[in-house]
Ligand binder design. Sequence first.
Ligand SMILES: C[S@@+](CC[C@H](N)C(=O)[O-])C[C@H]1O[C@@H](n2cnc3c(N)ncnc32)[C@H](O)[C@@H]1O
Length: 218
Amino acid sequence: MTRGGEAAFIGANTAIATPPLVPEIRLHLATEITPIWQASEDMLARGNVPPPFWAFPWAGGQALARHVLDHRDIVAGKRVLDFGAGSGLVAIAAAQAGAAEVTAAEIDDFAAAAIALNAALNGVAVAVETADLIGASGRSWDVVLVGDMCYEQPLAERLTAWLRMLAAEGVVVLLGDPGRSYVPTSGLTALGRYKVATSRELEDRDSRDGVVWRVEME
Ligand SMILES: C[S@@+](CC[C@H](N)C(=O)[O-])C[C@H]1O[C@@H](n2cnc3c(N)ncnc32)[C@H](O)[C@@H]1O
């Protein structure tokens, strides 16, 4: 599918809305889960389309975006990477908070298209990187932000090892997580806690406690 086709799919299956904890950012979001999930599955049957994670502002990402907007000094004037950016919520928050450069990393082409649309919607500049950056040196970034990525064990293990490597290189690494199964159990310092309103359809509960962790080298 072309990038134009992805943008058309996003336009047809989302509405512009604001995440509950980050009302200053507007995003193309799914308003109900089932139709977009079904539409993606129909496309999945025809092509290779991953679940539309980009159509939801995940609780970990919302906590991290809120934290960055309320503590602008973390990113102001810095080169920032939003890893596993989904909708681009955290990247957009970093840009709004005064980051010098923001890159959003996403391996899903639909997410890459959504990030470009969402950055334009909010009038900020966000570069999109679609290569898998896990293992890359941290010399290009001062701050690496990761929202809600500890939902799958192999991914969380690879990611955690890399984030510790980046921390050892002197990169400031922040992880927003709402208590997912594979969040590391050590080597984290809590910087902030946020109650994030969620839907029962998506999370099976009305709210989650999103924690912003600083990842330490171990
Ligand atoms: C649960 S979503 C979180 C999105 C966003 N950070 C948020 O909090 O709303 C996880 C995202 O990570 C992306 N992802 C998974 N593995 C990745 C990798 N190796 N590099 C970049 N993105 C990846 C997925 O495509 C998905 O969009």
